[in-house]
Design a protein around this ligand. Structure first.
Ligand SMILES: [Zn+2]
Length: 52
């Protein structure tokens, strides 16, 4: 799937985003853009630890 550049422009990741912010960002990102499907491994591990 292609990158949704428009969505990226409107949804910048905060520079010092918390884990929660990053999880939300990627969840929304997966819905709207296909440039990087799923969650980064490190974040997925944190989600598993938090049972999300
Ligand atoms: Zn993207």
């Amino acid at each position: 799937m292609a990158i949704n550049a428009d969505w990226h422009k409107k949804n910048r990741m905060p520079r010092n985003a918390t884990v929660e912010q990053r999880i939300k960002w990627h969840a929304e990102h997966n819905k709207h853009c296909g440039c990087r499907p799923g969650f980064p491994k490190k974040l997925a591990e944190k989600m598993a630890a938090r049972k999300i």
